[in-house]
Design a binder for this molecule. Sequence first.
Ligand SMILES: [Zn+2]
Length: 412
Amino acid sequence: MHWPTTLFIAAVVAVTAVELWLDARQIAAIEAHRDRIPAPFAGRLSPEDHRKAADYTVAKVRLSRIGTLINAGVTLGLTVGGGIAAIDTLWRRTGWDEPWLGLAVIATVAAAIGMVGLPLSLLRTFRVEARFGFNRTTPKIFLADLGKGIALAALIGGPLVLAILTLMSRAGKWWWVAAFGCWLAVTLLITWAWPAFIAPLFNRFSPLEDASLKERIEALLARCGFRSSGVFVIDGSRRSAHGNAYFTGIGRHKRIVFFDTLLEQLAASEIEAVLAHELGHFRLRHVRQRLLVSIATMLAGFALLGWLAGRPTFYRVLGVPTPSAHAALILFALVGPVALFFTTPLGSLWSRRHEFAADRFASQHASARDLASALVKLYRDNASTLTPDPLYTAFYYSHPPALERIGRLTDA
Ligand SMILES: [Zn+2]
């Protein structure tokens, strides 16, 4: 075996080991505090709520450990295990050329990965979420979502893959610049089309009707100098009892969207504070910064792929004897997450700083106390743990842990 192949296998094993170790730490930390509510939360949630949060979080981490092992198996099986090579050989018998050959191989690999992940997704929805009373997805909705997801992936991903494969085989040395352009165009198109055309395929959107809440929200928007093209409520309760709120769209077509479940959970003043936090992300340019970083990462990725795709060693090391444009794309998609895994804490740290900044923005434009009480309710109703492991938190958490976040809000 070539040493780079050994290095790749070692990297997959190392990433998997670190993931499992962090999960074990998280489970231990939660179980150790299962019977004691942290002091600042005493009296704000019941011992039953606290135990439920512990059990729910542990159940989710256990499930994700299975996912981690499956993922490692799939990555190694497809690469050094010869999976891609076998699928490639099979489709080459048709005598097709690029880009159709590549599209067939990529679609087969994607379908295989999807099928392997499906049981886990079923377990998550119908076992874990259901056991803790959060699931409202019926098998019928689940199947419909799956079908729509596959159709969307084929409709948007299919043409994009065809365009990139064509560029790779015909556009010469600088193909990756044009391919990046295609990817960027599709990404911006999806961002634009999401609120008006794609999201309504999955949920019903209706304008917010509650007049006094609407008035409150409009006053907040005016105070923050924010213009949006509407405040909407979606029927999130069709799938889950978890509440949420988000912004969607770009430019002038921004929409504010509340899950109906969130409106049921919170009082009007708390909804206002949550919205002020979300507005903070926009006003402080977090959304734009994140988009720019992901675009820059993608550009660097395409540049690297432009260099790697021309090297037969790249394919051989990763278990594919015949170099091809489609194999380059698949290998890159599989190896990328392994290579980037140890940058996860940096992204999480950046995100947590944004959350603190948005909380400060909300404290200035709405009430810190309302935001704190909204968060306590959301932690309680979503059964989020209050006692995560510090290292696990540092590595993965996009939001500051409850104690730290509420602590800062109530100190302010
Ligand atoms: Zn936030």
